[in-house]
Design a protein around this ligand. Structure first.
Ligand code: SAM
Length: 274
């Protein structure tokens, strides 16, 4: 690792026990280990936002370690993610926010686990293009972004987004009747995100496997983040959410089981222009 990665952050007050393999950046730490070990190493109530984007158990090849983790039996997978949730609840501050990005088929099960300990805020439907319908199923058109808080949210903002317009004629896609003047400067973000495309061409990604479009973690941080607060990402992948946290001047602590992804994160955060 180059010296650029070893600069000490101001305060790393989130570790109970330091994980064996960890890299430090000015804004936070990146651990290379299993997400459950990572979360078990963090202090009780040290996180303001926890962002869970776990492997979906679809048999994807994330790399040397991740490939096995994505092909578990349903029971084992469910148990593992349940443990991740329980540990996340322990690490979340009072008033903090937990987001989980998943397929609806799993999200509704894990929402039940979350409901037992946190306060439900939203099931956000993130529009999905290019989904393939299974036999005797409807065409899948959304991912779920679950949003829970520990009690009353300490931070909550409702961002504005651009009012959707037709790309051919530039007129509004919806008919706002006599209320057009209220939407000229944008509309309030709803719980259906149609303007986001999780599936993108590889030229927009830093690696072949799943990588979130930056707009998703940016919105999460617009809703629940604030400068100096702590953002926790146990399945950091290419580090997209960490780039968003850095932009918002949040501190972060993150993890991925793949060393190659940890190195990618370090490179992106140290050198990429935002
Ligand atoms: C869905 S991807 C996350 C993508 C990430 N949000 C991004 O935008 O790049 C899941 C990530 O979890 C990692 N992973 C898989 N099993 C893991 C485990 N048991 N502990 C920690 N990370 C794991 C994979 O290597 C992969 O990078």
């Amino acid at each position: 690792m180059s010296m650029a990665y070893t600069k000490k952050p101001k305060r790393a007050d989130w570790w109970d026990v330091r994980p064996p393999r960890m890299y430090r950046l000015p804004q936070g730490d990146v651990a290379c280990c299993d997400a459950l070990l990572f979360l078990s190493s963090l202090r009780k109530e040290s996180a303001d936002i926890i962002f869970l984007d776990p492997p979906f158990n679809l048999g994807k090849h994330y790399g040397r370690n991740g490939s096995k983790a994505d092909s578990l039996g349903d029971e084992d997978y469910s148990q593992y993610i349940t443990q991740i949730i329980q540990r996340s609840v322990h690490v979340l501050k009072n008033g903090g926010s937990l987001y989980m990005y998943h397929l609806p088929r799993w999200a509704f099960k894990f929402a039940n686990v979350l409901c037992a300990q946190l306060t439900f805020r939203h099931w956000i439907a993130v529009s999905m293009k290019n989904g393939f319908p299974g036999a005797r199923h409807l065409y899948p058109a959304h991912y779920s972004l679950l949003y829970f808080t520990k009690g009353e949210p300490r931070q909550f903002r409702r961002p504005k987004i651009k009012t959707p317009k037709c790309r051919h004629c530039n007129s509004y896609v919806k008919d706002y009747g006599g209320y057009e003047r209220f939407v000229r400067r944008g509309i309030n973000l709803s719980d259906v995100w149609e303007d986001v495309s999780p599936v993108r061409h590889k030229k927009y990604k830093h690696r072949a496997s799943n990588e979130l479009p930056p707009v998703i973690p940016r919105r999460v941080i617009q809703i629940s983040g604030r400068p100096g607060a702590v953002f926790v990402d146990p399945f950091a992948g290419a580090g997209t959410a960490l780039v968003a946290a850095k932009e918002a001047r949040m501190r972060f602590v993150a993890c991925d089981s793949e060393l190659s992804y940890c190195k990618l994160i370090l490179k992106r955060l140290a050198f990429e222009k935002q």
